[in-house]
Design a protein around this ligand. Structure first.
Ligand SMILES: [Zn+2]
Length: 532
């Protein structure tokens, strides 16, 4: 029968456990000194070996070996525990047995002595899933544990456990397994399976496993699922649905040179090739990490896990960027990745990040020497404060007083020159629009992207209408709405609300009007007029 890699290579003795030396040391000492505790709490992220260690501990206290290391892994008890046929090791998945009834049953069975072993071991996985009643029932057992009974509770979310439970257990925290150890562990597995695997491939799997042995092994498994006898970096990339270093060097080059359209087109090609958006974000963040490391480490080859040629290219790209830009790029992309977890359209978030990165929205400083980034943050919380849903951008109303305006106003009123006020708003619209971009008080960022592809369509008592040629510019315009409205106020002397329309919408509006007109004329003359 087929068995998943992580099952067939489940550690059987303390030796086999990867990356948890601190825990192994404590447990072996306790087993050797016969001083094991009645209750353990194993905490840590998924795939770090909690359940495996629990089983090994169960073997350790039941092992029949009289000398040498315990568990031996070969005596009858050890073998039975490995096969899951040992009566005195009981595994409970709290996720599906979380009621008081289940724990009462457990309390009943606890009373009976072990059948064939020395110690009855209860392993309760995902213990944080227990109901409050079940926790209370469990607590009673933990308070007065019978002889020869051991509880091992395992959880990924220790913060959900009641303090009363925590205080009665010996808590052991499992760490994420370092990449190097993961690679070495997987190399041994590949050797035993007769599979050749390159360092690059191993490194890539290890870094994507994010410290989880289980995740690493299932990734490796996918790479060899087709019966491959050798695995290369490219094979792993294919499985991951991620792109090679090449792509990231290229797209980063685009944003360094403020080439938004090139970057967006490149992204489009990559996604058409079937790459996954979130994976792309993750990998791009890793690319910026490489740029960051290269800034500080003289010989980054060991840490970067890539060919010498690419290391050279990373080095020159890193030199072209300042630390602040790298820093802010990582923050921007991480935020997008985080938001993408809850978004049905992660692609838009990625595209918006590209615009931000390419426009360098974050690396301008205002007159006080503060980064504009802080103001961007303020902008992000502003809609919530005014309880305006961000979606209905077009219906936005202008709040009476905007905190956002303050920095502008502070800057814009130097004593020497008063703002120009046009009393007549019927001036040349395109001139007026262009003057917005030469205004010395403009907080730059994504604002300058509006220079092209937008125009001022209408200024009236009710507000002003900005026409944009695509969705991206619309988003950008709406992001800069406060600033545009403030600038407009300084130019025409009146606070007006901005409306933003797509060129295509205007066309359809015009069509609507022609239709209406045709209808009216038709009614009058009793004709049916068809507009082509
Ligand atoms: Zn044994």
């Amino acid at each position: 029968m087929y068995q998943a890699l992580y099952r067939s290579f489940r550690p059987e003795t303390f030796h086999d456990i990867l990356g948890q030396e601190h825990i192994v040391r404590i447990l072996t000492n306790q087993i050797n000194g016969n001083s094991t505790s009645h209750a353990y709490l194993f905490c840590g992220t998924r795939g770090t070996g909690k359940t495996s260690t629990a089983r090994i501990l169960a073997k350790g206290v039941n092992c029949l070996a009289t000398q040498g290391e315990r568990p031996c892994g070969s005596c009858e008890n050890c073998r039975n525990i490995t096969n899951g046929t040992f009566m005195d090791v009981i595994e409970i998945d709290a996720a599906s047995n979380n009621g008081v009834e289940n724990i009462r049953e457990l309390r009943e069975s606890v009373k009976y002595p072990p059948v064939s072993g020395r110690c009855k071991v209860y392993i309760i996985d995902e213990v944080h899933m227990l109901s409050t009643g079940a926790f209370n029932a469990l607590l009673k057992t933990l308070e007065e544990p019978p002889e020869n009974v051991m509880f091992i509770l395992a959880t990924t979310e220790v913060q959900k456990l009641p303090a009363t439970i925590l205080s009665r257990c010996l808590r052991l925290d499992f760490h994420r397994v370092p990449e190097k150890q993961l690679s070495e562990g997987m190399r041994e597995i590949c050797n035993s399976l007769g599979i050749e695997i390159t360092d690059g491939a191993l490194g890539l799997i290890a870094s994507n496993a994010d410290g989880s042995v289980r995740d690493g092994l299932s990734l490796l498994e996918q790479c060899i699922a087709g019966g491959e006898e050798s695995v290369k970096r490219q094979d792993v990339l294919t499985v991951l649905g991620s792109s090679g270093e090449e792509t990231f060097l290229e797209i980063t080059d685009c944003v360094i040179h403020h080439n938004v359209s090139e970057a967006l087109l490149l992204l489009n090609r990559i996604l058409e090739d079937g790459k996954e958006v979130r994976q792309f974000m993750k990998d791009w963040i890793s690319h910026y990490r490489c740029l960051l490391l290269t800034k500080y480490i003289k010989n980054p080859e060991d840490m970067l896990n890539m060919s010498m040629e690419n290391v050279e290219r990373i080095r020159s790209q890193s030199q072209a960027l300042d630390l602040f830009t790298i820093d802010q790029s990582i923050i921007t992309l991480s935020k997008a990745l985080n938001d993408a977890r809850w978004s049905t359209q992660p692609r838009i978030l990625l595209e918006l990040s590209i615009v931000k990165l390419a426009s360098g929205e974050f690396f301008h400083q205002n007159e006080n020497g503060h980064n504009v980034f802080n103001e961007t943050k303020a902008k992000a919380v502003e809609p919530a404060q005014n309880s305006i849903p961000t979606k209905s951008v077009q219906e936005r109303t202008i709040p009476e007083k905007l905190t956002q305006e303050k920095p502008l106003q502070e800057q814009e009123r130097p004593s020497q020159d008063k703002p120009v006020i046009h009393s007549n708003i019927n001036c040349d619209l395109s001139k007026l629009w262009q003057s917005m971009f030469t205004d010395p008080n403009v907080v730059k960022g994504s604002f300058h992207l509006l220079k092209r592809g937008t125009s001022l369509r209408e200024v009236s008592e009710n507000g002003f209408v900005v026409e944009v040629s695509n969705e991206l510019l619309k988003k950008c315009a709406m992001e800069n709405a406060e600033q545009l409205e403030a600038l407009m106020e300084r130019h025409i002397g009146k606070r007006l609300r901005m409306e933003c329309v797509l060129s295509t919408q205007i066309e359809s509006k015009a069509e609507d009007q022609v239709d209406k007109l045709a209808n009216a004329i038709g009614k009058r003359f009793g004709l049916s007029i068809d507009i082509k």
